[in-house]
Design a protein around this ligand. Structure first.
Ligand SMILES: O=C(O)CCC(=O)C(=O)O
Length: 324
């Protein structure tokens, strides 16, 4: 069930369409943002803070990142025809290959990335020339975001890529830099109407198949198998993120992200520690993942020992660390 707090703030937008409110960031102060959105964990789109930012098209990214190496996920489209319970990896658990940015950009230009759903997803920007962008730091300051849980991450993909329905244990800001994304969101209260993957997957697949992902395809749900999803549909929010928009996604909020168009789409995100601590401490979605992390111990130890004795030890250890 939605809480009253969620309802009040979200209804700033047209509630019949269940859209997330859009607010002009130039009128915000850290205090207003904390009071209206962060304290209770209410998603919101903040506009107007990135007007002076360069357009991060493929040429710009090639110029800045060129030969820098990144892990690139080779998803393929076949998996989307299957029951998600049959997948043996998801999100950052998908097998990645290390490519230079230029090589990945070639896959995008030739449409190979579109054909095989190849994603440069959640790649840390620290140690790159794009690590410290003044206008992004100013936007963070305007929102009073001071305790990062990660460095800024780059997400570059072919239009039509879908990041499946999931939630994160930290607050996030998703910043749309080039092209557009459509997000479908559900409040944390809907978790059991969204059929999260079982925690027991951690024992078998470790961090490759995390329990913060839903078994349901929200755009094409199997209502016979997942009947409670009908209830979640009454609580479905949708937002289109345009270039220059910042979406605040509070910890525990479910979201599926679709990149729009048939070109290239680029975003940055960053995760933030959840404040106030009372919200963190009372988030069951967060605790579920901590429990899951404990359950990965046997898999992580087994994989670590195998990596230590393997010929490509460095690569295997790097993959393991990337998933943590
Ligand atoms: O943009 C994407 O593909 C995923 C982003 C995301 O899940 C997030 O920012 O939390």
């Amino acid at each position: 069930m939605k809480t009253i707090v969620e309802d009040n703030h979200l209804s700033q937008a047209d509630d019949s369409l269940k859209q997330i409110a859009r607010i002009d960031g130039r009128n915000l102060t850290p205090e207003i943002f904390a009071q209206k959105y962060r304290k209770d964990g209410i998603p919101v789109v903040i506009t107007g803070l990135l007007n002076t930012m360069n357009s991060w098209d493929l040429d710009f990214l090639r110029e800045k990142l060129g030969e820098q190496k990144f892990p690139v996920r080779f998803n393929g489209w076949e998996r989307y025809k299957q029951d998600k319970n049959k997948w043996n990896n998801i999100g950052s658990g998908v097998e990645s290959r290390t490519l230079s940015f230029n090589d990945y950009a070639d896959l995008l230009s030739s449409k190979e990335a579109h054909k095989n759903d190849i994603y440069l997803g959640r790649c840390a920007l620290n140690k790159t020339p794009l690590a410290d962008i003044k206008v992004l730091a100013e936007a963070d300051a305007k929102l009073g975001l001071k305790m990062p849980g990660t460095s800024p991450n780059l997400w570059v993909c072919p239009g039509s890529h879908i990041t499946p329905l999931h939630y994160d244990p930290l607050d996030g800001t998703l910043i749309q830099i080039y092209g557009e994304k459509r997000l479908v969101l559900f409040a944390p209260s809907q978790t059991y109407n969204l059929y999260p993957l079982s925690l027991f997957n951690y024992l078998r697949h470790g961090l490759k198949l995390r329990a913060n992902y839903s078994q349901v395809y929200p755009e094409n749900p199997d209502l016979v198998k997942f009947p409670k999803f009908k209830k979640a549909l009454a609580h479905r929010y949708e937002v289109i993120l345009k270039q220059g928009d910042i979406l605040f996604i509070p910890a525990g909020w479910w979201h599926e992200v679709t990149s729009m168009g048939d070109g290239v789409v680029c975003s940055i995100n960053r995760f933030w520690h959840v404040l106030p601590l009372t919200r963190a401490a009372t988030s069951w979605n967060k605790w579920r993942l901590h429990l899951g992390a404990l359950m990965t111990a046997p898999y992580v130890i087994k994989t670590w020992v195998a990596a230590m004795f393997s010929k490509d030890r460095e690569q295997k250890l790097r993959h393991l660390v990337q998933r943590l």
